[in-house]
Design a protein around this ligand. Sequence first.
Ligand code: ASP
Length: 315
Amino acid sequence: MPTAIASVERLPHLLTLDGLGGDRIHALLDAAEALRPHALGGTGLRQVLAGRTVCNLFFESSTRTRSSFQLAAQRLGADLLNFDVAASSLSKGESALDTLRSLRAMGVEAFVVRHAEDGAVAALAAAAEPGTALLNAGDGRSNHPTQGLLDLLTIRQHKGGDFSRLAVLIVGDVRHSRVARSALHGLRQLGCRDIRVCAPVGLMPDAAELAGCSHGTALDAMLEGVDVLMALRLQRERMEEGRVPSAAAYFNDYGLDERRLALARPGAIVLHPGPMNRGVEIASAVADGPQSAVLDQVANGVAVRMAVLRHLLGA
Ligand code: ASP
């Protein structure tokens, strides 16, 4: 019997999927699923957050996350402040916390924050006044919980809700990926027993983070029986020089192409959080092919973010 989101204790913030528990994660996914008919347009839910204010506060660039939080807030009828970090007093030395407090004083109740530093959003949440909801839209290499939820929702839609029967392979720059960390948090709590991590030695996370996963450096050998393949971008902005060979050499060893996809289970789906570097971690034939669920992920992102905003704001 699924747990309805209205019956689970309301979270004050969404900072990580770690520790949320399988019931709450499924309840959030159910809530997102129910919102799907409204996620891509329409005015049916414009009263849900009418009169409430949400702020996007992005210290790092973003296409999908920022846009989909904006659309999610608007489709629920919230006032949305897209705060321009570069043009703000942050460039005059004002701290992120003082910025947040000032915006709070203007009536902003929920802040969607992306930051390059690990733990930065949690630190803001700890210091913010009660009643302020912080949504982590990606901090450093640590967490990207709404990405994790949209990945789980996409998997559930394509492969069903019994994660214990699925084999999921995460390939690429796992070491620097907050997307991979949130996926690992979520998959473990939903009972996935066959999680495989494939990366070159320099891009493999520390052993403690691989608890319960099988891992290796040879991609072809890890593809057999895989239901879900998640490819990741090389996070060059978080890497020390020289960790990775050239793009061509990387594609040769770790690029997801049609030949490799054919080694997975028939009907396997391909995920990628974007931005995609075609010809580096994924071939266009796979990214645009029939097994790609990349645009489903994007569409699900709006529904997931609507569900999370609604939950955190108690609407
Ligand atoms: N968009 C994702 C993130 O912000 C993945 C990436 O940038 O490669 O983490």
